[in-house]
Design a binder for this molecule. Sequence first.
Ligand SMILES: Nc1nc2c(c(=O)[nH]1)N[C@H]1C(S)=C(S)[C@@H](COP(=O)(O)O)O[C@H]1N2
Ligand SMILES: [Mo]
Length: 455
Amino acid sequence: MGKTDLRVLGDTPLNAEPPCLVELTRHTITPLHLVYARNHCMFLPNYATASPISHNAPPDSGSQSKYDDTPFSSEYANPSDFRSPMLGFSPDAVDEMAFVASVAEIKNLASEADTYTVKIDGEMEGMQEKTLSVKEMIVHFPRIEVVATLICAGNRRAKMQEKTGKAVRGILWSEGTIANARWAGVPLRDILITAGASEQEDAQRGFHVCFVSAVAPCQDDTDYGGSIPLEKAMAKDGDVMLAYEMNDELLTPDHGFPLRVVVPGYFGMRWVKWVDRITISRKESPNFYQQRDYRMLPECVSSAEMANKEDWWGRTPAMQELNCNSVVAHVQCLTDACPDQKTLKATGYAYSHSPISRVEISADGGETWHEARITYQEGRWSWSLWECELKVDIDVDALELASPGRKNGRSKTKITVISRAFDESGSAQDTNCRWNLRGVGFCGVGDASVEVFQG
Ligand SMILES: Nc1nc2c(c(=O)[nH]1)N[C@H]1C(S)=C(S)[C@@H](COP(=O)(O)O)O[C@H]1N2
Ligand SMILES: [Mo]
């Protein structure tokens, strides 16, 4: 699936992120090959049958990567078959299977839209259980499009560990588990109304929409699930959808084909892939990933045992809306010739639950801040890309004295550029962000460094 450009942090399940932020932020809309993959399930449901799988080439032969686009021939099963035949597979077979479907094949997979169904029900008065196929959704409901950024709550986890010097539990994601994509699908609001959900805001309060994907067992639960407040799902401007397209193509298997939840402005774990069950409930989803993970536990909670024993999970709210955040993707020195003044150019991204209004950059540890230029922002839910040029005075004498390093007889020094963001709702990046056990939601200042030479 063209994922050759990702750094793989875990194979089974597949977890991978783009290694180069310069490359990632070069695109306003993230191309598929740079979209990170985050999976809790032991393998990816890909609608391929167990047999026969006739590969034209083994997925990882020779120089060819197993994440290649090569169109392997394979057959597809009815979604209801996914679970049972796949469970019996050895990890190797499963791993291969996860990548046999090419985009081209999926496009030919017209029958999937007929057979893949989602069951919708709820505890709300007047609701009736409904089962809708993807085809029915496509044919009978409006198509909406939205540009929205998908961000893993664990984005910047490695940075949290680096800055606090305290080990965090979880995949050490860098700052690339973010993808800005154009999603198309059906409004969840319309689907819920069809099943009898009330349009009255008063009646919606206190309810949650729970999503389940039962197609593959997960590491910590039998299936994957999560929930969002019903009010978010029903808000006309909430733009929550059941998406079947990403960047004008059908979803690929690893990103949730044939249907995934898209919750603009919310963290990625609520964007349930391969969703097949939607329930309106008075309670949040009972799933592990809603209840016992994705919470910013207080700093004093130092171990999983303590979190469990003292019920810190129950005492800490589930993460939902994106927090205000910014990252420096790259800093370069534009003028290295001048000994006592350098011009630096920094670029990066920022996001929040509402549009970014301002990004500021400092090259003196936060003494003085310069406003960056926002070069891209689209609608309400996209990331913001920014750039900033700034002049930095170098104390040449001090540099000589300290002489931190010499290259070809020239002294060099390292300049660190930091960033902070603000959004239209009035939130500022909480740069005092502390350590938490699972390393989620880190939003300390963005930072990146560049070495400059004197002379
Ligand atoms: N069914 C299912 N949906 C899921 C997950 C999962 O493991 N299983 N992971 C979630 C998490 S934590 C994230 S960050 C996003 C990642 O989406 P992507 O793999 O398309 O980038 O999917 C979410 N939806
Ligand atoms: Mo995530």
